[in-house]
Design a protein. Structure first.
Length: 616
């Protein structure tokens, strides 16, 4: 009987303990790190009526602030971690001076030199993959019992099963192309009922979507990349979450989102962010309107929301040992809030690169968004954003190689003019260049898989200033028509799924056409990988003549001459025009064909072709 009573007492305390801990449903960030530059950590505790409690913490940690909102299910506790070592803390939640429940919390040890991590820069080539469409390494996770949308490869807009393991399985393929950094489209949980494969409408920003894998697998991806001296770039979304985000049914504050009340769509006119003549309502609707109805717009002017985003970003950098960010729809954010978010990250990591999607069609407007812009300084604005994407170059590339007859507005003059405006950028070498990405029409669709035009375009982005980005499948001639919908520009990579008849991941599985594209791409970017003159050298270019664009990249020890003949005719170039860059060099070798050229008088360039000449 005594033993029975003892068991009953233990069972009673076990039930009591369970109920005590059950009140906390979420803690975010789930853990943190000791020794951060910013010692203040704001922890969000979520649970039924949790705000009715008082909060204390163990180990002589100082609580700087306790903030409660109109929603009693949230409490935000700010602690000071200055001079704290890695340790486990205990938060006690009390009512009427009696502890109701406790919550353990860990401060973990940072990696050595974590703050000084090297990021991606112009020495890198970035390989962009649509995560759901690249390779299915684990068919068992194509569907998840908790998440709504199930795997269905027969649905162009459905989930096809690409995952983290599939990416890991093919890292050697990516490395062999000359890529040194990987940008997968977002991998955090997206529980939209349909179309969730793109993952830009996230439902949990601390958790990898189970259909992609686990947090641990994401960390493994980072580790496997680092073993290969490659870098991992996270596609981060600050502007919006998905309508299925767990907070949407129980917001911390009414103004956690931009409310009208509820939904109103952005007008997409980003110029209103700096237009001195813009109406207040137009500026507000651009910045505060929702991107689409399924993507609630986050209010970065709310300090709690902004701090939540800062800490989430920093948590992922530390946890997954990230090397950089690409930020989706950067210029749709609250511009003051996103500048603070960006600065918080670069204050923690001074060498950390962040490229923002600023999809505009004017260099001055894009340059406004780069860190230390003199254009932004006119109105005392600094975005703190190290890098932007070169959409004006992309605009030119979309049609220039079909413009055989040049004039003042058509042909290679469009590419030349793009670089004449580099004076607008504070740092033109930190601009991402690309011929296509996951939101644009496929290059090989526009140009009908014309290999000569592909060679010219890739030569261009591989040799001009900036950070080149290659979209998965370009290197095997993949096409896709955006007019048929986004799914068509996000096709499955052939060979990424068991049973695929064409396996383009291996030489033996490629068609003759695929191999031709692959060999050229790999040779070009592997050459670029070691060329400091391309990474950091200066540039001099010459006004195009007869649709031929000539430019030089040079430093104190090397000179590279690039010639792009966009005409349908063979062109003969008199070399004395380029004497200021050729100087005393007598010969040069084309890095792609290894053909030698005599520079003493003239060089001949084949129609629709490109030369990369290393001067001797």
């Amino acid at each position: 009987m005594k033993n029975l009573n003892s068991l009953m007492v233990k069972f009673f305390f076990l039930l009591l303990s369970s109920s005590m801990f059950a009140q906390i449903e979420r803690v975010e960030p789930p853990f943190w790190y000791a020794g951060m530059h910013n010692p203040e950590l704001q922890i969000m505790f979520y649970g039924k009526n949790i705000a009715q409690n008082d909060v204390t913490v163990s180990n002589n940690i100082v609580i700087k602030n306790i903030q409660k909102t109109e929603n009693p299910n949230y409490i935000f506790v700010t602690i000071d971690t200055k001079n704290s070592v890695a340790q486990d803390l205990v938060f006690s939640f009390s009512k009427n001076k009696k502890v109701v429940f406790t919550q353990n919390y860990s401060l973990k040890q940072r990696r050595e030199n974590s703050a000084l991590r090297k990021s991606y820069d112009a020495s890198d080539m970035i390989y962009l993959v649509m995560s759901d469409r690249f390779a299915n390494g684990n068919p068992d996770n194509d569907s998840d019992k908790i998440l709504t949308e199930k795997g269905d490869r027969n649905n162009p807009n459905g989930r096809h099963g690409g995952d983290i393991q599939g990416i890991i399985n093919h890292l050697d393929y990516i490395a062999a192309l000359g890529a040194t950094a990987l940008w997968p489209t977002p991998l955090c949980e997206d529980n939209d009922k349909r179309g969730s494969y793109h993952t830009y409408g996230q439902s949990n920003v601390y958790k990898i979507d189970p259909r992609f894998g686990t947090n641990e697998e994401y960390l493994k991806l980072s580790e496997e990349l680092h073993k290969r001296n490659m870098k991992l770039i996270m596609d981060y979304v600050t502007n919006h979450w998905g309508a299925e985000h767990w907070m949407m049914n129980d917001l911390p504050t009414y103004d956690w989102l931009h409310q009208f009340p509820g939904y109103a769509q952005t007008n997409y006119h980003m110029t209103t962010q700096f237009d001195k003549n813009a109406s207040e309502i137009d500026a507000k609707m651009c910045m505060d309107g929702w991107f689409v109805k399924s993507m609630p717009d986050l209010n970065q002017s709310n300090p709690l929301m902004l701090n939540y985003l800062k800490q989430n970003a920093i948590w992922w950098i530390e946890y997954a040992d990230l090397d950089g960010f690409r930020v989706d729809t950067y210029s749709y954010n609250d511009k003051e809030g996103i500048a603070k978010w960006t600065k918080a990250i670069t204050d923690e990591y001074p060498h950390f690169n962040i490229v923002g999607e600023v999809w505009m069609h004017n260099q001055a407007q894009m340059a406004y968004w780069q860190k230390d812009s003199k254009i932004g300084a006119i109105e005392n604005y600094n975005s703190n954003l190290p890098s932007v994407m070169d959409f004006t170059l992309h605009d030119a590339i979309e049609n220039v190689f079909n413009e055989d007859n040049a004039n003042w507005e058509k042909g290679m003059i469009k590419v030349y003019d793009n670089f004449t405006n580099d004076f607008l950028y504070p740092n033109p070498n930190s601009i991402m260049t690309f011929v296509e990405n996951h939101d644009t029409n496929r290059f090989n669709q526009i140009y009908k898989n014309d290999f000569r035009k592909y060679q010219m375009a890739m030569t261009l982005i591989a040799t001009v200033r900036g950070i080149p980005q290659l979209y998965y499948g370009s290197e095997i001639g993949m096409s896709g028509d955006k007019n048929k919908g986004d799914a068509d520009i996000r096709r499955d990579f052939p060979g990424g799924w068991n049973g695929d008849s064409n396996n383009a991941f291996v030489n033996s599985g490629r068609t003759v056409e695929q191999q031709k594209f692959y060999d050229f791409t790999a040779k070009l970017f592997n050459w670029r990988k070691t060329k400091t003159v391309i990474h950091t050298g200066k540039m001099t270019h010459y006004i195009p003549e007869n649709n031929v664009y000539v430019y030089f990249r040079y430093n104190e020890t090397a000179t590279v001459m690039v010639v792009i003949n966009n005409s349908n005719d063979k062109q003969v170039l008199k070399t004395n025009r380029f004497k200021e860059n050729i100087k005393e060099a007598k010969t040069a070798k084309d890095v792609l064909t290894e053909q030698n050229f005599d520079l003493s008088n003239e060089i001949t360039v084949e129609p629709k072709s490109a030369l990369i000449l290393e001067l001797k």
